[in-house]
Design a binder for this molecule. Structure first.
Ligand code: GLU
Length: 376
């Protein structure tokens, strides 16, 4: 998509996830500080326009690997050790880049389980939401030191897409060493044509993307993992842009029509989430609510403990539950932030009484409105 900023999905985005690959972060053992400073400035400008930004940053292995020895780490445990050495260097470089803009950066290392297991998903999402409300930039990387092959993403493209889904982002930006998808690899075929926009990803596009990026010396993504990421985002109602990262204003440039491949979803994040919830939630128990709570839920509120009148079943935090009125009418279903045991203990209580009873400060709501679908 080229043209004016008004045509870019970025112009109306309220929340974006930006993924930065290792080649943009590191030059040998050193952070590319001047580019990072430009990126921080660009991100700060977006935040000042009221757009929240989550950064998914690679580069830990690239920055740490020289500290391990002269050879490129090949074995998994060497890469994990390199990541452990490089992650603090990465955060130091980012903190330095954001410090003139008075924006705190918050490290968040996620594992595959955090996005695949519903209970952990709720935990990670609450933390990210809290960081965003506090005005911080969450900086996410895979928790490489503990992730073994079977349980790791391995590439931050797909991790970034899961994060975009988790925080209901409107746009995922994959900053790359290439300005989008081409009909063939443009480094090998001069006749390859750039594709500015897709509304779905078909087998032919996957074929165009080829395999992983075999030419890249560092990092592990390629066009194929970028399309896989875009597909995840697409199903979550999030638009993806694949664009060139190595410029001074990668985000503003994109807003102003810089060359990119945009993959546009048919739905908004809210609608995609609703469809997902309708298809995936098989209730493992039920919560009963009073009339006031039932009305509030229909008006778009979250379910609070104060409105609970009863609990049925034995479910864990993160389970799907049916929401029923006192008279047994089903009004919806949702994902509960409390187990049945804890929900029974705080039934009918005001939010400020919960901590005293449970001994810990739980989530503000039993079911957050984003995790709730109502019967039509
Ligand atoms: N987590 C890896 C790192 O920080 C990068 C994974 C990737 O290349 O996408 O070095």
């Amino acid at each position: 998509m080229t043209g004016s900023s008004s045509s870019s999905p970025l112009s109306s985005a309220k929340r974006i996830v930006v993924k930065v690959g290792s080649a943009l972060i590191a030059d040998g053992p050193d952070p590319r500080q001047s580019w990072l400073n430009d990126l921080a400035k660009d991100i700060a400008a977006f935040r000042n326009r009221g757009c929240e930004v989550v950064l998914v940053s690679s580069g830990a292995i690239a920055l740490g690997r020289q500290l391990l020895g002269p050879h490129k780490p090949k074995k998994l445990e060497e890469k994990q050790a390199a990541a452990a050495l490089g992650q603090p260097l990465l955060m130091a470089a980012l903190s330095q880049a954001f410090s003139p803009h008075d924006v705190p950066v918050a490290q968040s290392l996620l594992s595959l389980e955090d996005t695949e297991n519903r209970r952990r998903w709720l935990n990670a999402r609450s933390t990210l939401e809290t960081l965003l409300s506090a005005g911080a930039i969450p900086v996410i990387n895979e928790n490489d030191t503990v992730a073994t092959d079977e349980i790791r993403y391995g590439d931050n493209d797909r991790l970034a897409a899961r994060v975009a889904q988790m925080v209901s982002a409107d746009v995922l930006i994959l900053l790359s060493d290439i300005d989008g998808l081409y009909t063939a690899d443009p480094r090998l075929s001069p006749e390859a044509a750039h594709i500015p926009q897709l509304t779905e990803i078909a087998a032919e596009h996957e074929q165009m993307a080829g395999g992983t990026n075999t030419q890249a010396d560092i990092g592990s993504g390629g066009m194929a993992t970028k399309l896989a990421a875009a597909r995840i985002a697409w199903s979550a109602g999030c638009a993806t842009a694949i664009t060139l990262g190595d410029r001074t204003d990668p985000l503003s440039g994109l807003l102003n029509g810089a060359k990119a491949t945009w993959i546009l979803p048919p739905l908004t994040p809210a609608k995609a989430r609703e469809i997902w919830l309708r298809g995936h939630l098989t209730p493992e128990g039920a919560v009963f609510v009073d009339n006031g709570a039932a009305r509030a839920l229909r008006d778009g509120a979250s379910l609070l403990a104060a409105g609970l009148t009863g609990i049925d079943g034995d479910f864990a935090r993160g389970a799907a539950v049916a929401v029923l009125t006192d008279t047994g009418e089903m009004i919806g279903k949702g994902i509960t932030a409390y187990s049945a045991v804890d929900a029974r203990r705080i039934l009918g209580l005001r939010s400020d009484q919960i901590a005293d009873v449970l001994g810990y400060r739980g989530r503000p709501s039993i079911i957050h409105r984003n995790d709730l679908i109502l019967e039509p």
